[in-house]
Design a protein around this ligand. Structure first.
Ligand code: SAM
Length: 241
């Protein structure tokens, strides 16, 4: 389905359908489709987060909780991590995984929409949104909401697919995502449509400078980004001063 053609409320419900349908196999598919490289992208996000013992961290659109798992160990017993996602199926898979990994008292689970976060102003030392922002209908509202709940001095990290920096890479990547992705989606998860949505949502997402400008417009400062894997993914970071 061409999701760029659908009205706002329909985009939200299509996104919901996609993640309900992939939740159980999400982690396996992530490893398969990125050939394990998403682990490196996430590791860099953790390194740049500046999270320390005692910090409060929000992992919004946190899904199955890869970042939350790492953060829960970094913040320690005096800190807190909130794993938040709009989708109950993803949140459920995430909670089971974290519990299986021995994560206990310092993680909370909240079903929430990134566009209107249900937390007071100045609540978190760090907020991450990994491969989540492109699924959000009103990205500007989401960035403003994240800025609002960050503490002064807190960091927002946005890890997201972005624009490959060379023509050759763009060509190879188009081939991969429009031909190969839906096929493995069909083969492994029996669901080509969800993976077609994935490829389309990646193409529609703002490129590196555009997202930087959107973060600045939402009130974040010292915004910078790093291209990963030739710009297939970018990590943007901004600070609330
Ligand atoms: N952060 C995880 C990771 O990197 O593995 C999960 C990423 S997954 C591709 C995207 C997640 O965004 C899904 O779990 C989906 O439910 C969530 N999502 C989509 N729209 C959202 C919204 N408006 N607010 C919060 N979460 C949302």
């Amino acid at each position: 389905f061409g999701y760029q053609d659908v009205p706002r409320h329909e985009k939200a419900s299509k996104v919901a359908d996609v993640f309900h349908s992939v939740a159980a196999r999400y982690d396996v598919m992530n490893d398969l489709m990125s050939m394990g490289i998403h682990r490196l992208w996430k590791r860099l996000t953790i390194e740049r987060s500046g999270v320390r013992p005692g910090h409060r961290v929000l992992d919004i659109a946190g899904g199955t909780g890869d970042l939350t798992l790492k953060f829960s160990r970094m913040v320690g017993p005096r800190g807190q991590v909130v794993l938040a996602d709009i989708n109950a199926s993803m949140l459920g898979v995430g909670r089971d995984k974290l519990i299986d990994n021995g994560v206990g008292g310092n993680v909370d689970y909240v079903q929430a929409n990134a566009e209107c976060l249900p937390f007071p102003n100045n609540s978190f030392d760090c907020i991450t949104i990994a491969f989540g922002l492109r699924n959000v209908t009103d990205k500007d509202a989401a960035l403003r909401s994240m800025q609002r709940v960050l503490k002064p001095g807190g960091r927002l990290l946005v890890l997201e697919f972005s624009k490959p920096q060379s023509a050759l890479l763009t060509k190879a990547y188009d081939e991969y995502s429009f031909r190969f992705l839906p096929r493995i989606g069909q083969l492994v998860a029996g669901d080509a449509d969800s993976y077609r949505y994935l490829a389309e949502s990646i193409r529609m997402h703002p490129d590196q400078p555009t997202l930087k400008g959107m973060m600045e417009a939402a009130g974040l400062e010292r915004v910078e980004y790093t291209n990963l894997t030739g710009g297939i993914v970018a990590l943007h970071r901004g600070i609330k001063l």
